[in-house]
Design a protein. Structure first.
Length: 367
């Protein structure tokens, strides 16, 4: 098996080199630190499907890697995955390239990263948005690999509360790419925030796309087909929802397209973005009310820094409101439209989540 892995690694390098000349499949780009005296430490990353310019979690990880290169003077290398078939050869190409730290971006890379970590004990690994498991959904520790996790339910709770406070139709919506923990943790938090507003105000704002109690909802089964995001948003809008939170990476771009078209025709719909601050990253800031932000870039930088200084740890990184690992982004263009009492209550809720007096835990809470 190990011999086969080495063969795959070699094949991956060849494939990636050809792809860099215009072929299909995954693509890798080697980049050295800017200074001539840069250390020999090399940090590398493999994207999930969607690519490095997905305006979401892949791009956030890439920004963290580039920041590490700039500030620490390390070398970096990246491999872009266009499909699931690219994961294993891309990870193994990073091993062959001599990377000291290999970061897999997303839940879908768990198997490829886990297998490679088991076979290459002298290499350090990190995995964004997933713990490691034994194949039976039991979490395990991999001594040379670190999970980078985010309790996005905390920030999504705040987003759900403000969505319920801002809807004009009495209906808001969310949907996911694939039903995996790193997606449904957003949706659970959002649902709890809507429910909290209803309880506090005696309202009956309806949430479309996710039922927390039954754990059933709407999923596009894709993180890269923007047409599906557009169709899902159109369906929600036709059902009366005026605020939508897509938790589906680049698929969310399709949602932005639907909302933009609706608003161009006189609508007043809005989107709540996820992973990054969509106001600055999506190109459609004027229709984004707020964003549920995962500070992926910071977690990547911290992990690279520690590893490059000989302080790598397999202890999971867990981003929370308290450590600024997750956040509810500013309202930007919507700031003047959000009532002062809603803003004040959001600050109170944020403080209560941080001090532990408000429990917003979900079954997918990484802490």
């Amino acid at each position: 098996m190990k011999h086969l892995t080495k063969l795959l690694a070699a094949a991956g390098v060849a494939t990636l080199a050809l792809a860099g000349c215009g072929g299909g499949g995954g693509t890798a780009t080697g980049q050295s630190g800017g200074a001539k005296d840069a250390t020999s430490f090399k940090a590398c990353a493999v994207s999930d499907a969607g690519g490095w310019d997905d305006k979401s979690f892949n791009e956030s990880a890439y920004d963290g890697l580039k920041n590490s290169q700039t500030k620490l003077g390390i070398q970096i290398n990246t491999a872009e995955s266009n499909s699931d078939a690219d994961f294993t050869p891309n990870v193994e190409s990073m091993v062959s390239d001599g990377c000291n730290l290999i970061i897999g971006v997303g839940f879908n890379l768990e198997k490829a990263v886990h297998t490679s970590a088991d076979e290459n004990k002298d290499v350090h690994y990190a995995l964004i948005d997933s713990s490691f498991n034994d194949g039976n959904n039991n979490t395990v520790t991999v001594e040379n690999a670190r999970p980078l996790l985010f309790n996005t339910a905390e920030a999504a709770y705040l987003a759900g509360y403000v969505a319920a406070g801002m809807t004009k139709t009495g209906k808001v919506a969310t949907f996911g790419g694939i039903q995996i923990p790193s997606v449904t943790v957003f949706m659970d938090g959002f649902a709890d925030g809507v429910a909290a507003y209803n309880k506090a105000k005696g309202t009956n704002v309806q949430l479309l796309g996710w039922d927390k109690a039954s754990q059933n909802g709407s999923f596009t089964q894709s993180f890269d087909d923007q047409t599906l995001g557009k169709e899902q948003a159109q369906q929600f809008i036709s059902q009366g929802a005026d605020i939508i939170m897509p938790v589906a990476g680049p698929v969310g771009q399709g949602t932005l397209s639907s909302v933009r078209q609706k608003n161009d025709a006189g609508g007043t719909n809005a989107v709540i973005w996820v992973d990054s601050d969509g106001y600055t990253s999506s190109g459609d800031g004027s229709i984004i009310m707020t964003s549920v932000v995962k500070e992926i870039g910071n977690s990547v930088f911290d992990t690279v820094k520690n590893a490059s200084e000989g302080r790598f740890s397999s202890e999971p990184y867990i981003g929370t409101l308290k450590n600024n690992g997750v956040a509810a982004a500013p309202f930007h263009d919507f700031d003047s439209r959000v009532p002062a009492p809603v803003k004040a209550r959001l600050e109170e809720l944020r403080g209560q989540i941080i001090d532990g007096s408000l429990d917003v835990s979900t079954p997918y809470d990484p802490s």
